[in-house]
Design a protein around this ligand. Sequence first.
Ligand code: CTP
Length: 410
Amino acid sequence: MTERLDLQGRHIVLGLTGGIACYKSAELLRLLVKAGATVQVVMTAAAEQFITPVTMQALSNRNVYSSQWDAREPNAMAHINLSREADAVLIAPASADFIAKLAQGRADELLSLLCLARPAETCPLLLAPAMNREMWAHPATQRNVAQVVADGARILGPGTGDQACGEVGDGRMLEPAELLEDVIAFFQPKSLAGKRLLFTAGPTFESIDPVRGITNHSSGKMGFALARAAAEAGADVTLIAGPVHLPTPRGVKRFNVQSAQQMFDAVVPQATQYDAFVATAAVADWRPASLSEHKIKKEGKKVAPTFELTENPDILAAVAALPQPPYCVGFAAESENLLEHARAKLQRKRVPMIVGNLGPATFGSDDNSLLLVDAQGHRALPEDGSRVDKLTLARALVREIAQRLSSQTA
Ligand code: CTP
């Protein structure tokens, strides 16, 4: 599998202003470069008190700029040259003072000058605030933040939690990995803007007794990748997750459940509030007919216990049968005859789209290939039938779903 380079071809100006979170900017720079971006670092004098330009130069493999009087630029216009080639300016950390300067349109050093001089249409401004919680909550800061947002800037975070000063609250800079995810999402096409999508993901766990149960090998990776891709595309996303150890994608509302019945209860009553329902969960078809209150003991038993099973409700079929159902997408995990089984499921569950994949080849894996089946026909994703990483697949599937949703409303 080839590595995904989400920021390939993007050129980003990374601006650092004065704050202890500057120590995280070195890691952020590494992540941006690893994701394929070229990064030009610009630092204020205050930022240089926290981290050296040499560190940022070495990591970006470019000279760092910090003065508008920099003689290295032949035309002596670093503020113009640097912003003309950038796809975005990302200020991380953005201090309270720097946001105040932006709000007023001041330009007395290179970074603020560059922000003011950038072509706003083609070079968006992203700000990752970092400051003490009282500074963040101060009406002056909130007023300035509202002003820069009204002027077109995008605010990433801030996060909440422990602060360098020892206090706890809102104002810390997002972690580098979170900022990377937000920057990647920012560049994705907003094909699902204004839409609400509901996903199920992962296995279910059907208890036998308080310590044992029936489950399966679903890792939840495809469902989580789809939820992330939908959020990147601008959708309001809710994810109902079975027991998996995966981080929640940025901006996604997640609810954890264990059993098929709990998943059913979390999905079906609210399903009509969504534009689409995508069922990626590997829901257990059966559960033990009765739950033992205490651990079933081996002690003293000569024969192995037997369990009666009872059928679980079919969540996807129940949603598809609602009076005004969302656009329903089901998954079919098969071990053979993919197209035939996927087509049968399309009819049996009465859903407009089934996405087929080979179960043994996908469970737990980071890559996959899909077969998209609907009333019009079927086609492979990716088209050459090769295996690609699940986020790339998820973005392709999200594009397909977005097209169908927009042709429904058109
Ligand atoms: N599904 C569901 N609720 C269930 C069972 C399945 O919502 N109780 C959904 C899955 O999330 C998936 C689709 O239905 O989107 C197909 O799941 P699958 O287990 O492949 O289908 P089954 O109906 O169980 O068919 P079979 O076991 O015969 O392959």
